[in-house]
Write a protein that binds this ligand. Structure first.
Ligand SMILES: Cc1cc2nc3c(=O)[nH]c(=O)nc-3n(C[C@H](O)[C@H](O)[C@H](O)COP(=O)(O)O)c2cc1C
Length: 208
């Protein structure tokens, strides 16, 4: 009788362990723990870490398997600062209060991070914006898996609409036919990951 109870307890404990493992393996825990980091240490991440993050981007899915991305790694603080100021100037002129406020009040759009990776998409491919976003997300997840801070930074398409912005983008030597879409700022975290905001509810329906 006792043995039967023990076997039953052992059985349920094993099931619970399996379910816990399924709901929180390392990949899932990295995905859940990743947060946008906006406070960085001054030193740059190691070259080997940067390579791993870039490679993760290259393994993203892409429409037709075309891999229509190009990554520009900016490791020059002055250039990043100039881009930040140029995007802020564009934001200040835009009829969107959210962006106007950022243009006026945010000291540095890239939070003094070094490096910044600009992701550009091949405009002749099927869905460059989506493919590049997937590459970007892969890089954010890869960075978190190495405990490296990252944040997605917008503004390049808006920058490309101005003459000054066009000159700045030209200096980035992005291949012909590619347009910068997003960027990712990377660096060692100067603070703990913030807590995730509450997740919205009732977002799923099932058809069975
Ligand atoms: C398309 C897109 C654009 C974003 N642009 C910026 C940005 O310009 N600057 C910034 O600090 N964060 C930016 N973010 C980060 C979001 O603010 C952040 O992901 C969101 O607040 C949720 O927080 P979490 O990343 O910590 O989960 C952007 C995120 C996405 C997906």
């Amino acid at each position: 009788m006792i043995d039967k109870i023990r076997i039953k307890e052992y059985f349920w404990k094993s099931i619970r362990n399996i379910l816990e493992d399924l709901s929180m393996n390392e990949t899932l825990s990295v995905i859940k723990n990743r947060r946008s980091i906006r406070d960085f240490k001054p030193e740059q991440i190691k070259g080997s870490e940067l390579e791993v993050i870039l490679e993760a981007g290259m393994y993203a899915p892409s429409s037709g398997g075309h891999q229509p991305w190009h990554f520009t790694v900016i490791q020059n603080k002055k250039v990043i600062g100039e881009i930040s100021e140029a995007i802020k100037a564009v934001y200040r002129e835009m009829p969107i209060p959210f962006l106007q406020k950022i243009g006026k009040e945010r000291p540095h759009l890239f939070y003094n991070a070094l490096p910044v990776i600009v992701i550009s998409g091949d405009q002749n491919s099927l869905s460059p914006d989506i493919d590049c976003a997937l590459a970007g997300e892969n890089m954010l997840i890869a960075a978190e898996s190495l405990n490296i801070g990252s944040v997605w930074v917008s503004g390049f398409p808006q920058l490309a609409n101005t003459e000054a912005g066009k000159q700045i983008i030209k200096a980035l030597n992005i291949p012909e036919g590619y347009k910068p879409i997003y960027s990712i700022a990377l660096g060692y975290k100067a603070a703990e990951n913030p807590k995730a905001g509450a997740r919205r509810e009732n977002l799923v329906n099932y058809i069975t």
